[in-house]
Ligand binder design. Structure first.
Ligand code: CA
Length: 327
C-alpha cells in the first residue's frame, strides 16, 4: 500500500492541466486496485509551481505534474521534452519519445536529478497569443514587450523584442495596464477562461513557439524503485492513457472555445505574416545551434530530436498535411 503526494505546476483543477493531473492520479489508483493512493496538490499548496522539480527530486512529494521547459535552469536539454519553437507536434512528440529514442534520453538526463520522467499529456498546437499591436512585418517585433517563456522568448529577444515572464494569473492585468504589449498563454480553451479577449485587440496564430507542450509526470527515483513490476506497469499504462486523454480534452474544448471567442466576443483573428514566421524560424535555428555548441547534453538531444523531426515531416507532408489541404 502506497500513499503518495502529487504536486503540480498549475492551479488546482485548472482546465486541461490541473484536471489532467487529477485524471492521472485517479487512473493510477484505479488501475492498481487502490494500492497506490494519490492526493493531488495545486501549485503553491506544498511548494510554489516552479519548485516542483526540486521537491520531487528530494522526496518532499513522490510525484510531480509539470512541463519540462520550466527546468531549463537545471539543464537546457530539458526543453526538448516540453516544447521547441517550430518543433514537433503532439503526434510526432509521442512517436519520438516512445519509438524514436526520446524517452531513453529523457530518463538518462533526469536520472542525474533522482527523477524518473513519464509523458502524461499534450496541449496540442497553441495559439500565437494576444496582441495590442499589429504584427505586419519583421520590424513590428522590435520593441515588442511580450510575455513568452523558454526558447520562444529567446528567439523574440533576438528579433528585437523584449521577452518577459509573468505568472498566468497576472496576464490579464499586465495586458490591460499596458505593462506588456502581448502575451501567449495556451489556446482558446484556457485563454477564454482567463478572459484575455477583454484586454487585447488581436488574437494571432499559429503558435510557432509551442507547436505542442508535452506534459510530464515526475516520479521520485527512490519511490519508483520501491514499486513491484506490476505497479510500475500500471503507472506507465496510466501515463499513456492520460497523455491521450489530455489531447482529447484540448481537441474537444479548443474549437468550441474558439467559436465563443469569434461569435460572442467578436475577437479579431490574425495570422502572422509569412516573412515574420520565416524570420522567427531562422532565428530559432541560430539560438538552438549556439546553445548546442556550448552544451554537450543539449547537443545530443538536439541531434536525436531534429533527425526524427526531419523524416517525420517528410512523411507528414504527404500524409497529415496533404490530407488537411485536401479535405
Ligand atoms: Ca504557452
Amino acid at each position: 500500500q502506497y500513499k503518495w503526494k502529487m504536486i503540480t505546476a498549475w492551479p488546482a483543477n485548472f482546465p486541461g492541466l490541473g484536471t489532467g493531473a487529477n485524471y492521472l492520479a485517479e487512473l493510477i489508483t484505479e488501475m492498481t486496485g487502490g494500492q497506490i493512493d494519490i492526493r493531488v496538490y495545486g501549485g503553491g499548496e506544498i511548494v510554489p509551481p516552479l519548485e516542483v522539480f526540486d521537491a520531487v527530486a528530494n522526496g518532499t512529494a513522490e510525484l510531480g505534474h509539470a512541463a519540462s521547459y520550466y527546468w531549463k535552469g537545471k539543464t537546457q536539454a530539458a526543453q526538448f521534452f516540453g516544447a521547441v519553437p517550430f518543433g514537433m507536434n503532439a503526434q510526432e512528440m509521442t512517436g519520438w519519445l516512445t519509438y524514436g529514442g526520446g524517452n531513453e534520453l529523457w530518463q538518462k538526463i533526469y536520472d542525474r536529478f533522482d527523477i524518473f520522467p513519464m509523458l502524461c499529456g499534450h496541449s496540442g498546437v497553441q495559439m500565437g497569443g494576444w496582441f495590442n499591436r499589429e504584427i505586419n512585418s519583421v520590424d513590428d517585433l522590435r520593441g515588442l514587450k511580450m510575455r513568452i517563456p523558454g526558447l520562444g522568448g529567446e528567439v523574440l529577444t533576438r528579433a528585437g523584442g523584449t521577452a518577459v515572464s509573468r505568472p498566468g494569473n497576472e496576464l490579464f492585468t499586465a495586458l490591460q495596464t499596458g505593462d506588456i504589449d502581448a502575451t501567449e498563454w495556451v489556446g482558446p480553451y484556457n485563454d477564454l477562461a482567463f478572459g484575455l479577449y477583454k484586454a487585447a485587440k488581436y488574437y494571432y496564430y499559429p503558435g510557432w513557439h509551442e507547436p505542442n507542450a508535452a506534459i510530464e509526470c515526475l516520479i521520485n527515483k527512490d519511490a519508483w524503485a520501491t514499486l513491484p513490476d506490476h505497479l510500475k506497469a500500471a503507472v506507465l499504462g496510466a501515463g499513456e492513457a492520460a497523455a491521450a486523454n489530455m489531447l482529447a480534452e484540448f481537441t474537444a474544448q479548443n474549437h468550441r472555445a474558439l467559436q465563443v471567442l469569434l461569435n460572442e466576443h467578436k475577437v479579431e483573428l490574425r495570422r502572422f505574416p509569412d516573412d515574420v514566421l520565416e524570420r522567427l524560424r531562422v532565428l530559432t535555428r541560430e539560438v538552438m545551434d549556439e546553445i548546442a555548441a556550448d552544451d554537450a547534453e543539449f547537443a545530443e538531444v538536439y541531434k536525436s530530436y531534429t533527425e526524427f523531426q526531419r523524416t517525420a515531416m517528410a512523411w507528414h507532408d504527404i500524409s497529415e498535411k496533404a490530407y488537411y489541404e485536401a479535405r
